[in-house]
Design a protein around this ligand. Structure first.
Ligand code: F6P
Length: 767
């Protein structure tokens, strides 16, 4: 429950979606409605955005707990959204204020873009004057307005464009990116088969975020975005890169063009102009694919469900705790943290970014949107070129960088390796793949006929941009299995740096190598770990590569079984999730499960019978309602007594034919197929940062490396930051954040979402 800090605590909270629609908006509505109800408020749906507020009547109505059942997985917005010009006029806002008072609504949560939020803030600032006018003109009485002296407004950012300053992501942008990547992955096949070129046009209005991220996530050959207009003569630059890539054996050519693409004089660059250049100058058989509104539709990805749910909860918390003096907040996200900031300031920054673009200050526009935008863009450009002489390191600073995968396969291992290879080739380092982990390294040592250690070339890793699993092979074996041979191999292959990608075993492996440096000089090289594990359990980070792909796969599985549960009447599915507590908990939130069982929340006879009783009551009240199927997610390590099938059998038995229960296990299916866009982008970004870090050791002596704590590090995302943290030493991750027994970090930031799962399913009020 939210603490009451305001004397004028709202009782009725209206929710509306405005501007465009975006996947995830329904999740936000669901979270706002249920959190409002849990906090003793009434929730009101306002249909068709501000138009509904102006029209009133049937466009505004109470919305109940059950009304939003199943909304989490549905695309678009189920309460409608229009771009409303009438709300721009004072007359429209006057009418809206009247309806708000008549319906007794004293707070608004608005999910939309910058225009919608600007309107909301203006509405709030004008509120006392609007009320005054309504009374003076006799449209409302003093008594009617008495309880409505203030209006609380909170903004949620919903747009696929991700064009808002001050937040890393808007609700919907990653779902749109997923759609774009799915489409381009499919285009790959035809492009490769026919050695064709494709110009793919993506949405984003005046913002190039979707296009830039799509280019990184698909390894596109060339990119046009509004914030980085190409220099004059771009036709030659583009043709030269594409020719080089094709000469190196690449069969497909992909050019991504943002719909707002422009040159430095703000002249639009069209997909047909780009196609003409490719066809005429390179005689490349080229097609145009305009993805259009496909990008905006469809079920939201796991990230958008998580984001919209947690932001919806935060919106209600903010609405209930703000005072008349509090500036209207907008809910944002920075890396992994949901926060609020000033709506007016955020909108102002966004407008400034747009104005900078009109004034041709492209750099400022990009920085205002997101300080990392330019970093991403320049990394994309450099890694895409790979033979820019200016980027080469001096010869005495070029390193032999060994890459190894350790532990279970995780999506993101291949894209990360691809980025490391491209980075190395761009800078003149030698990328070396170690096949099949440490056992692979040791097995083929000395004079073995097959070498598991070999230099990598640009083309072979080219296709790994979206490939799941590990193409160089991963293994859970540790250096300690044969430390002597491992050290000999390091020496023989003259590694100057080791880039490890993997999960908790990889963490142990790097720790072992670090500690063995005293004894084995060949380990006195910089060691870096990029965490990759669907279990998301590597100390030092809140995020591991592969965890997003796996989560999306599990959520998709849950959507399908829930559909079956709903179709066959009263039914509950107990889904067994691999991937430590994280996967079960995050999937429960993203799939809208009734509850989650993990080792941290053990199942007892008491809790189980409480849940059965809750199910009984729920199904009794449902009267065969829509989408009534229920899900319980159980982590596979939860209990040795209560297995998934046993829990399902007990529920079924106790239900006494009133409802049905089944246990289902996705098993290794959960590892996922193609890598999710989030894992691809983060693989790229984190790999580049790791390589930049390794390079700081280039040319340093073994003693210097050993003396530097930062020579063995793990990269991670923590709260709002990307950090490279030393493993050893009193303040290192091994000592401060490692639960060695349970093989996970000591701090598990996501554990708090378990509470959100239960509160949004209604279970917590019951138990
Ligand atoms: O703002 C979202 C967005 O999908 C943009 O990417 C695109 O430019 C625009 O809306 C399309 O608008 P409409 O759906 O009105 O054609």
């Amino acid at each position: 429950m939210v603490e009451e800090t305001s004397q004028c605590r709202p009782r009725r909270i209206g929710i509306l979606t405005s501007g465009g629609d975006a996947p995830g908006m329904n999740g936000a509505i669901r979270a706002v409605v249920r959190t409002a109800i849990s906090n003793g408020c009434e929730a009101y749906a306002i249909h068709e955005g501000y138009e509904g507020l102006i029209q009133g009547g049937a466009m505004m109505h109470p919305i109940h707990w059950e009304d939003v059942r199943g909304w989490l997985s549905r695309g678009g917005t189920l309460i409608g959204s229009v771009r409303c010009d009438r709300f721009r006029e004072r007359e429209g806002r006057l009418q809206a204020a009247r309806n708000m008072v008549l319906f007794g609504i004293d707070a608004l949560v608005i999910c939309g873009g910058d225009g919608s939020l600007t309107g909301a803030d203006l509405f709030r600032s004008e509120w006392p004057h609007l009320i005054e006018e309504l009374v003076s003109t006799g449209a409302l009485t003093e008594e009617q307005v008495a309880p409505h002296q203030t209006l609380n407004v909170v903004g949620l950012l919903g747009s696929i464009d991700n064009d808002f300053s001050g937040t890393d992501a808007t609700i919907g942008c990653y779902s749109a990116l997923s759609r774009i990547c799915e489409a381009i992955d499919a285009v790959f096949d035809t492009a490769s088969s026919h050695r064709r070129g494709f110009v793919v046009e993506v949405m984003g209005r005046h913002c190039g975020w979707l296009a830039l991220m799509a280019a990184i996530a698909t390894g596109a050959d060339w990119l046009f975005i509004p914030e980085r207009p190409p220099r004059d003569g771009w036709e030659d630059d583009m043709c030269s890169i594409i020719t080089k890539n094709r000469d190196r054996g690449k069969r497909r050519t992909i050019v991504i063009l943002a719909e707002g693409a422009q040159d430095s004089n703000l002249n639009h660059i069209s997909s047909s102009a780009v196609k003409d250049v490719l066809s005429k100058r390179l005689a490349l058989d080229t097609r145009i694919t305009v993805l259009g509104h496909i990008q905006r539709g469809g079920a939201p990805c796991a990230y958008d469900r998580w984001l919209s749910t947690l932001q919806g909860i935060q919106a209600v918390k903010s609405v209930l705790s703000m005072t008349p003096e509090t500036p209207s907040p907008v809910v944002i996200i920075q890396e992994n943290r949901i926060k609020t900031s000033s709506l007016a300031e955020t909108v102002a920054l966004t407008k400034e970014a747009n104005a900078s673009m009109h004034n041709k200050d492209f750099e400022k526009a990009a920085i205002l949107r997101d300080p990392e935008f330019l970093e991403y863009h320049s990394a994309y450009r450099h890694l895409n070129t790979t033979d820019h002489p200016k980027l080469l390191m001096p010869t005495d600073k070029r390193m032999r960088v060994a890459i190894i995968h350790v532990g279970a396969p995780a999506a993101g291992m291949n894209p990360a390796t691809r980025a490391v290879v491209a980075y190395c080739l761009t800078r003149g380092h030698t990328p070396i793949a170690i096949h099949n982990g440490f056992p692979g390294l040791c097995r083929h040592h000395a004079d073995a006929p097959v070498s598991s250690v070999r230099e990598m070339h640009w083309l072979e890793s080219g296709d790994w941009v979206n490939d799941g699993g590990s193409d160089i092979g991963t293994n859970s074996g540790l250096p300690s299995d044969d430390m002597e041979t491992t050290a000999q191999c390091f020496e023989r292959h003259k590694f100057d740096a080791l880039f490890v990608i993997g999960g908790f075993e990889a963490f142990i492996a790097v720790s072992q190598l670090r500690q063995a440096r005293e004894q084995y000089p060949s380990f006195r090289i910089p060691l870096v770990l990029l965490p990759a594990s669907m279990s998301n359990n590597v100390p030092g980070t809140e995020y591991c590569l592969g965890s997003d792909t796996s989560l999306n796969t599990l959520v998709y599985f849950c959507d399908v079984v829930r559909q079956s549960a709903s179709s066959s009447g009263h039914c509950v599915f107990v889904v067994e999730a691999q991937g430590a507590e994280y996967q079960a908990t995050a999937a429960a939130l993203a799939a809208g499960a009734m509850t989650v069982y993990t080792p941290d929340r053990p199942i007892t006879l008491r809790s189980l019978s409480g849940d059965i009783e809750y199910l009984r009551q729920q199904f009794l009240q449902d009267h065969g309602a829509n989408r009534a199927g229920k899900l319980i997610i159980r982590n596979d390590q939860t209990s040795t007594i209560y297995s998934t099938s046993e829990i399902a059998s007990i529920i079924k038995h106790e239900a006494n034919n009133r409802f049905d229960a089944h246990g289902v296990v996705p098993g290794h299916f959960q590892q996922g197929g193609k890598v999710s866009p989030i894992d691809r982008i983060r693989a790229f970004r984190l790999a580049v940062k790791c390589m930049e870090h390794l390079e700081t050791f280039a040319g340093r002596s073994a003693e210097e490396v050993m003396a530097d704590e930062r020579s063995s590090t793990v990269i991670g995302i923590r709260q709002s930051h990307i950090l490279l943290l030393p493993l050893g030493g009193a303040t290192g991750v091994e000592a401060t954040d490692t639960d060695w027994k349970r093989q996970r970090p000591k701090t598990q930031a996501w554990l708090e979402i378990q509470e959100a799962v239960d509160s949004l399913s209604g279970r917590s009020t019951h138990s």
